[in-house]
Write a protein that binds this ligand. Structure first.
Ligand SMILES: [Zn+2]
Length: 172
C-alpha cells in the first residue's frame, strides 16, 4: 500500500515540476553512471513466461518483486547476513547475477553489491517514485532485482541495492 501511495505522489510531483526537463536531466545523469549498459526500452528477454506461469513458479512475494517491481521490507532478508563465498542467482531463471566477492554491508537493510556479474543484468530508467532511479533486472528473464545508486564504495561508486527475496545463494 505504501508503495502505491508513493507512486501516486511521485507522478504528481513530476507533473507539477514539469516532467520534461526533470526527466532529461535524470537521463543524462543515468547514462554517466552506467555508461553503455543501459538497455533499450524494447528489450526482449531470452526467457518469456506468461503471468500465470510465473505465479506457478514463484512464491507470492517473489512474484511481487520479480514481476511487479515490488520491494521487500528493509532488513527482512536472511541474505543480509550471508558471509560465505558463493554466487547469487536470479530466483526467476537461476542465472548467476552477483558474486559474494562484490557484496558489502551498505547498512541500508537490503543486500548490496558494488557490481553485477558481467553481462548478467540490464538496467532501465525508473521514474515511478519521487526521484528518478536506475532499475536493475536479470538479463535473461527480465525479472526485477532492485536498483542501482551512485553512493557505493570506491572505485565504482555503485551500490546495487537488491531484494534478497529474488536471489538464490549457492555457496562454493
Ligand atoms: Zn532471471
Amino acid at each position: 500500500m505504501t508503495t502505491r501511495r508513493y507512486f501516486l505522489l511521485g507522478l504528481g510531483a513530476v507533473a507539477a515540476i514539469g516532467g520534461g526537463s526533470l526527466l532529461l536531466a535524470s537521463r543524462s545523469h543515468n547514462r554517466k553512471l552506467l555508461g553503455s549498459q543501459e538497455t533499450p526500452a524494447d528489450e526482449s528477454f531470452e526467457i518469456q513466461r506468461s503471468e500465470s506461469e510465473w505465479r506457478a513458479l514463484l512464491t507470492e512475494d517473489q512474484f511481487a518483486v520479480l514481476r511487479k517491481e515490488g520491494t521487500e521490507r528493509a532488513n527482512s532478508s536472511p541474505l543480509l547476513n550471508e558471509k560465505r563465498e558463493g554466487t547469487y542467482h536470479c530466483a526467476g531463471c537461476a542465472l548467476p547475477v552477483y558474486r559474494s566477492a562484490d557484496k558489502y554491508d551498505s547498512k541500508t537493510g537490503w543486500p548490496s553489491f558494488t557490481r553485477a556479474i558481467e553481462n548478467a543484468v540490464g538496467t532501465k530508467l525508473d521514474t515511478s517514485l519521487f526521484s528518478t532511479r536506475t532499475e536493475v533486472h536479470c538479463r535473461r528473464c527480465g525479472g526485477h532485482l532492485g536498483h542501482i545508486f551512485d553512493d557505493g564504495p570506491r572505485p565504482s561508486g555503485n551500490r546495487h541495492c537488491i531484494n534478497g527475496l529474488v536471489l538464490t545463494f549457492i555457496a562454493f
